[in-house]
Design a protein around this ligand. Sequence first.
Ligand code: NDP
Length: 451
Amino acid sequence: MADYVQRVLDNVRAKNPNEPEFLQAVEEVVTSMAPLFAKESKYEENAILERIVIPERTIMFRVAWTDDKGKIQVNNGYRIQFNSAIGPYKGGIRLHPSVNLSILKFLGFEQIFKNSLTGLAIGGAKGGSDFDPKGKSDAEIMRFCQAFMTELVNHIGALIDVPAGDIGTGAREIGYLYGQYKRLTHKYEGVLTGKGLKWGGSLARTEATGFGNVYFADNMLKAVGNGLEGKTAAVSGSGNVAIYTVKKLYQLGAKPVTVSDSRGSIYQPNGINLEVLQQVKEQERASLTRYAELCKDATYIPVADYAAGEHPVWNFGTDLAFPSATQNEVSLADAKNLLSKGCVLVSEGANMPSTLDATRAFLDAGICYGPAKCANAGGVATSQLEMEQNAGMTSWTFDEVDNKLKGIMAGIFKAAHDTAEEFGQPGNYVMGGNIAGFRKVADSMIEQGVM
Ligand code: NDP
């Protein structure tokens, strides 16, 4: 059966030669599942791997809009509807200049297994644009979002495809996208998640990815008789996921000492000041240089001072690490820095933040390692809870949603944990998570026939 994995991988490499992030995601998933294919032949007989690596539909479109000076700007828009075997397509919209087909295909592919792991009925998708929200006025953001939705509207719906936020897409952008959807369709329905609380949003959705990641980390530590209390933590990023990771770490007795953005990193041994971080990032939308101005006990390290191939936040000897910025932000050198200085847990808030060799280093070291598909699934799970509230025309309290989130993260942990044990590799949540997520989707595909 190793032949099966190799054959599919060779084919995916040959067909997608210019898509390194997508190839990395496929390699990580399919190689980790070799023990499953050795045990069960039905997946090869039904050509499941061959099918699951190709999106059901890839939509690419032009987004033309006018900037504040009246100049016409043009961006690429995408929606990858990867797999709908277990429910409507679901996945975020990324707005960042680096966005291309490879990045969105890797994100959409991972989303299939992540969504399945939540135990909820949601398929996998991802979308976005190479539009850069940085430095744009609110009016420009609005005109871009309206132009983007004018095409996307043809492909989504509350029971078809339900997009959400991701890098560069927060509450403001979801608001403009939703307004345009409503205007074009005359429908008030739960077609986007991460909505404002006054118009269909769910309490605790903003917090869910960061909170969920810390709940997952807590589950991993408890399984080895350890805990969060008194531990120091490195967090990267300073966006939605990072901020609420910092908040929950404090609530559960740990001390986050780093954050970062695309221009630099903060190290603050006394602990990150959450209030200042939220003011700088959520209200002022400023760089972390502003945070350093406001927190005199914080050290700011600009990107120009980083050692080649290393990110400084992983090199301060913390007990725990929560990558929460972007893909491939933890290199092998970073992994070695973390491990050699006693890190006992890495739990991934960002999608695919560790390179393949860094992932292998964490698994070989036998530390608690929570891959993104398990650890950051709290965001999409709570999006589904938002859909449920919209469908029932009701809203739940913060504690109700948070308790459901806690239960879902415990369920994901159990699925990954038990599956890793079933296949003789206890504690390998990469393999356990991938196989547990894959089986439900693959079995559904078999039952639904060849398509
Ligand atoms: P935000 O846009 O809120 O924040 C992203 C943060 O990461 C910012 O601090 C940003 O810095 C930094 N960053 C982004 N790209 C780069 C880059 N290329 N190099 C260095 N720093 C970078 O996004 P989120 O917090 O929502 O998302 C962070 C990660 O979590 C992503 O991988 C996303 O896919 C994943 N995720 C998010 C979920 C959610 O619910 N939001 C759910 C599951 C996963 P700067 O502001 O300077 O650009």
